[in-house]
Design a protein around this ligand. Structure first.
Ligand SMILES: [Ca+2]
Length: 164
């Protein structure tokens, strides 16, 4: 009887660990191929899709604006761990500067996840870690300094997992 109970306990421990490890699924790039909207449109060759197409040789490009932005609709609620952004790699990385990273369930009610100060170098990778338990459907990057800005970026990756 004791042996049976021991065996059961071991199975339970093993099972709990299994469940735990399943609930800590690897983070994935939940932005890949999702819908992206830009604050302004320059051409089909620089539209929002190019920020989430998995390629680093192309990029998005807004018109010149005071506070251009890029907004990704993840399509569902996700727990978001970090946001990774790459400056365009052909030139002009400095165009990516002073960026607020926001996450929210509604586009008019988003919370600050992090901020990048200064100008990026060409091809630079920028990583912002969100506060723990940050969840949302929308992810927005917006330049918040200067009066005449282009928002350009080769790729945006949002590392998270689906919230059930
Ligand atoms: Ca791209």
């Amino acid at each position: 009887m004791i042996l049976v109970l021991l065996a059961l306990a071991l199975v339970c421990v093993f099972h709990d660990n299994l469940v735990l490890s399943n609930s800590n699924d690897e983070l994935t790039n939940v932005a890949y191929s999702k819908s992206v909207r830009l604050s302004s449109y320059t051409s089909i060759w620089y539209n929002g899709f190019y920020a989430v197409n998995g390629m680093f040789s192309d990029y998005i490009h807004t018109l010149v604006e005071k506070s251009p932005w890029l907004r990704i609709d993840l399509g569902a609620r996700y727990q978001i761990h970090e946001i990774e952004v790459f400056a365009r790699s052909d030139c002009c990385g400095y165009q990516l500067h002073d960026v607020d990273f926001r996450v929210g369930m509604k586009i008019h009610k988003m919370h600050l996840c992090g901020h990048f100060t200064g100008h990026a170098s060409t091809g630079q990778r920028i990583v912002v870690f969100c506060p723990s338990n940050t969840t949302g459907r929308y992810v927005q990057l917006q330049i918040v300094a200067g009066n005449s800005n282009y928002l350009t970026s080769a790729e945006v990756l949002v590392w998270g997992k689906h919230v059930y």
